[in-house]
Ligand binder design. Structure first.
Ligand code: FE
Ligand code: CA
Length: 529
């Protein structure tokens, strides 16, 4: 029998009085007593409302963000009425949701596309939980999540995967099919969660509109991407943390400089729409909610005393790419001290955080390749060739960061990177042109979930492979495979396994480990396993 929403709210409120079922004092039901005027009393859906699944994110020792969005018709505006809707949620310590530790009600605001963001707190540190949403008698799938260990806890192991670049048309998400079966504490997404472009006739599946620029079009695009069953499975399996890159807004944009000819005014409006819709679809805290054309995404997550992740945003605050964003020899602008990937404020936040960190491993999770790579070191492209959209276009700021790492020596710096749709390992050198110079950190670049490496992957890979010997700090390169990187951290070692799938052109695939690299505590630079 379906209960009315009023009945559900009443029963939730009754439960809330003593609120807890089970042990432990729980806090954090922020929504009580804050009902908006126009919450629907009765909810009828034209179809199942949880088409986009559930997700959790940004774990803290006492809580995590739980997410869903009510969207019976996700490719056509969502299919919801104009009113806000109250949604119930349940958190338990078992997959069958028998041992309930928390129940409450949250609002799915119409103004935020009926997305739900619940910042639960009062949970136990370092523990796995299961959760589910319910509205109008309809239940969401059950998601699994995990809180962070208590601050300073001596952790023996932490396992996570990082991923990026999931162009929908170019392939199926077989990487997520397999990632969902891993044993992980966290997933980190480094951007290009959607692609904004129009319809390709050559892919295995198609986008649902021309290039997206409006609120409605971005929503329908996320609706398409988030309908994917493998992506939903990976979200339901682990908490994630995110940053974005360019395609969540516009290819290779920088600050307020778009890719194509758009007026600054139009691009600001576009950034505002893209930012709002990004927040609507991610399990982000309210502190990351879009304010106009800005969305605060750089933030820090810690797991015991073992690892701290500094998650960067290198798009919103960056200065324009030098040399007209061309691929080739560098121009003077590449060395400009004023050029920045992060803006001053974010850079200061990063350096002060690294400076006071007591974590064994200090991660900088960000978007484009940090280490130098001269693509011109081959017979195919003689002469210098650098990618101006990467840190090779922002040499002075990179030098400042590297000098900081050498001078202040935060423990075991590890840079994680996406964007380039291929797998790499680099030693981060104080002077990339001098192999004898000091190594101050290690960079792992993860391949794409599904995006293509330069169209003709065999050809692009051969071209880049030929340049690798001329870049001796580059320990590994592969452009042929799609997948993700699984990292296992202990106090003594960091191991990165490049997990690759057998195909993205079919709906299901096998996963295998292409290569593994280890960093020893106190010894920057990666060794093959
Ligand atoms: Fe990409
Ligand atoms: Ca990108």
């Amino acid at each position: 029998m379906k209960r009315s929403l009023t009945q559900q709210i009443l029963s939730t409120r009754l439960r809330r009085r003593g609120l807890l079922v089970g042990t432990g004092a729980l806090t954090g039901l922020a929504i009580a007593g804050q009902w908006p005027q126009r919450v629907l009393a009765q909810t009828r859906f034209s179809a199942y409302p949880f088409t986009l699944g559930v997700a959790s994110g940004d774990p803290l020792p006492d809580g995590v963000v739980l997410w869903t969005r009510l969207a019976p018709d996700p490719l056509n505006g969502g299919g919801m009425p104009a009113e806000d809707v109250a949604v119930n949620y349940t958190v338990a310590t078992d997959a069958a949701l028998r041992n309930v530790v928390l129940q409450g009600t949250s609002i799915a605001p119409a103004a935020l596309a009926h997305s739900v963001h619940v910042e639960v707190s009062g949970l136990q540190p370092g523990r796995t939980y299961w959760y589910r949403f319910e509205v109008g008698g309809e239940e969401s799938p059950v998601g699994r999540t995990r809180t962070a260990p208590a601050p300073g806890t001596a952790l023996n192991q932490f396992k996570f995967a990082f991923a990026n670049c999931q162009e929908y048309q170019n392939g199926f998400y077989t990487a997520y099919e397999n990632m969902a079966k891993e044993d992980l504490d966290l997933v980190i997404h480094l951007g290009d969660y959607i692609y904004e472009g129009g319809v390709s006739s050559t892919g295995v599946r198609q986008h649902n509109s021309p290039e997206v620029t409006s609120l409605e079009a971005y929503r329908n695009r996320y609706g398409l991407y988030k309908s994917d069953p493998n992506l939903k499975a990976a979200h339901a399996a682990f908490p994630w943390t995110f940053t974005w890159d360019d395609h969540e807004v516009d290819n290779n944009y920088a600050g307020f400089v778009p890719e194509d000819d758009q007026s600054v005014r139009n691009f600001i409006l576009r950034r505002a729409a893209a930012s709002q819709v990004y927040y609507e679809h991610m399990p982000l805290r309210a502190s990351s909610r879009a304010r106009g054309e800005f969305l605060l995404l750089y933030r820090r997550l810690s797991f015991g005393n073992l690892v701290t992740f500094n998650v960067l945003d290198t798009r919103q605050y960056r200065t324009n790419q030098p040399c007209n964003d061309t691929f080739g020899s560098r121009c003077d602008e590449s060395f400009s001290p004023a050029a920045t990937m992060t803006g001053d404020r974010q850079q200061n936040w990063l350096l002060s955080g690294l400076n006071r960190s007591t974590a064994r491993w200090n991660v900088i999770a960000q978007q484009t390749m940090f280490s130098q790579f001269n693509f011109g070191q081959s017979q195919f492209l003689p002469g210098d060739a650098f990618n101006a959209d990467q840190w090779d276009g922002y040499v002075a700021q990179r030098d400042r960061l590297i000098q900081f790492l050498q001078a202040r020596q935060p423990a075991n710096p590890i840079v994680l990177t996406g964007d380039i749709h291929s797998s790499w390992v680099h030693d981060i050198k104080t002077d990339f042109d001098d192999p004898a110079s000091a190594t101050v950190g290690t960079e792992f670049v993860g391949t794409s979930i599904s995006s293509s490496f330069g169209g003709n992957e065999a050809q692009t890979s051969a071209l880049v492979s030929a340049a690798v010997p001329g870049n001796p700090h580059t320990k590994f390169f592969n452009g042929l495979n799609r997948g993700y990187v699984r990292c296992t951290i202990t106090p003594e070692t960091w191991q990165s396994d490049f997990r690759v799938v057998s195909t993205i052109k079919a709906e299901t695939a096998e996963v295998s480990t292409l290569a593994s690299f280890v960093v020893e505590n106190g010894q920057p630079g990666a060794q093959p396993v």
